[in-house]
Design a protein around this ligand. Structure first.
Ligand code: NAD
Ligand code: UGA
Length: 364
């Protein structure tokens, strides 16, 4: 299949590019950065084109026209940007992504659109605890694709512009499916992590996701900072598990994914952010045998101080993955310790804390 992979140079996009090539697909990768896919080039089945999708409508349309499948991963995907540049988030994550969807409608192409678990927002237990007998029950945090309503914060908490842009795009795809037979599949990832999730904070501009902050604190012997005490919870999914599920959606046996939304996540991997920090410290010493002297005690920091005004947070989110299990036969394999071990190992090798071994791409 000729796959147009938009955002191929990103975290998920780069892992996906490697797997698509391994599975024998022809891949055209589009991005504005290619450092994460340098190892894929040259490859007889891979073409990389550096293209800013906001400046190249006609070129992008030609690429969509020539493809069998369009996968759209392009977005601003870090909460720091939602708070600092909310208009850029709206413009890229909705306006530019909408153009891709419209081209898929025009040329009759199948579209796999990456949305986010952020669309679900907060739990009802977090906004109205006094109304509930057990506001901390995990049942209130289990989110299902086709039944769970979305709860977002007020407009002055502009973190939610990301969630809202993703939600609106999903609703437009659904409407295009109804009125113009657009064949789409929407994916809602729940906190994937793995090698090259993000740059480390001191290596790039902006605010990467929490794993990178904690990893950098370990590498530099500084304190991990817990926003609001680190009480919020996430379910982490190892990138290889996620890619296995995405591949099944790409294959789309018996058209089972047509006009469906899938959560991809690992419900059993729930951990608080404080728990994540402490587990990473434990693995650093006990699994990797590195010096406990390098570890500083974790520190609390306010959300305002860390992100600036307008930050708000998802308190808890547990994916209901019964749809992916039943329709795709997909079951995540990696528990949270393995997920962290493999992700940390990559950064420890890159930074010289552990010996480095490089692997090639099959068929190259
Ligand atoms: P990422 O930031 O690593 O990847 C996004 C890619 O888009 C980057 O390589 C970036 O350079 C590229 N890009 C940005 N602007 C561009 C432009 N104008 N033209 C061309 N390319 C551009 O993020 P990711 O973690 O790989 O996420 C991929 C998708 O999945 C995003 O839509 C994100 O919202 C969604 N998502 C990811 C997660 C996760 O766990 N990683 C969770 C929820 C949703
Ligand atoms: C992320 C991003 O929105 C997207 O990548 C994506 O849509 C989604 O979640 C996902 O990956 O599924 P979030 O989980 O809030 O959102 O992103 P992180 O930056 O990784 O933050 C996780 C938690 O850690 C938040 O509560 C944050 O406040 C906290 N945090 C972050 C810290 O306590 N310390 C830090 O140094 C950084």
């Amino acid at each position: 299949m000729n796959v147009l992979n938009l955002g191929a140079g990103g975290f998920i996009g780069s892992h996906l590019t490697r797997r698509l090539l391994t599975e024998g697909h022809h891949v055209t990768g589009i991005d504005i950065h290619s450092d994460k896919i340098e190892d894929c080039q040259p490859h007889p089945c891979f073409t990389y084109q550096e293209l800013d999708i906001s400046k190249s409508d006609s070129e992008l349309n030609e690429l969509i026209k020539k493809s069998d499948l369009v996968i759209d991963l392009i977005a601003h995907a870090n909460p720091g940007i939602y708070v600092r540049k909310p208009l850029d988030v709206f413009s890229l994550n909705f306006v530019e992504n909408l153009k891709i969807a419209e081209a898929c409608v025009e040329f009759g192409k199948r579209l796999i659109q990456f949305s986010s678990c952020e669309v679900y927002g907060k739990t009802v237990g977090s906004i109205q605890p006094e109304m509930l007998k057990n506001p901390d029950s995990p049942v209130l945090a289990i989110f299902s694709e086709d039944t769970t309503p979305f709860i977002l914060g007020p407009v002055n908490k502009h973190r939610w512009i990301y969630s809202c842009a993703k939600q609106l795009l999903e609703r437009v795809l659904h409407a295009y499916g109804l009125e113009h037979k657009l064949n789409y599949t929407i994916i809602r990832p729940f906190n994937f992590i793995g090698p090259e999730i993000d740059y480390l904070p001191t290596e790039g501009e902006g605010i990467p996701r929490v794993f990178s902050y904690f990893m950098e604190a370990l590498l530099n012997g500084t304190a991990m900072k817990l926003v609001g005490g680190g009480h919020h919870k996430r379910c982490y999914t190892y990138i290889d598990d996620a890619i296995n599920c995405i591949l099944k959606i790409v294959e789309n046996s018996d058209n089972i994914c047509d006009r469906e939304i899938f959560n991809i996540g690992t419900p059993g991997n729930e951990i608080s952010i404080r728990g994540l920090a402490l587990l990473m410290q434990e693995l650093y010493v006990k699994v990797f045998g590195l010096s406990p002297q390098d570890l500083k005690p974790v520190e609390d920091i306010s959300a305002e101080e860390f992100y600036g005004a307008g930050y708000d947070d998802s308190d808890r989110r547990i994916p209901d993955i019964s749809k992916a299990q039943n329709l795709l036969g997909w079951h995540p394999q990696y528990d949270v310790r393995q997920t962290l071990e493999l992700s940390m190992q990559y950064y420890l090798k890159q930074s010289g804390h552990l010996p480095l071994i490089r692997h090639g791409i099959p068929g190259k």
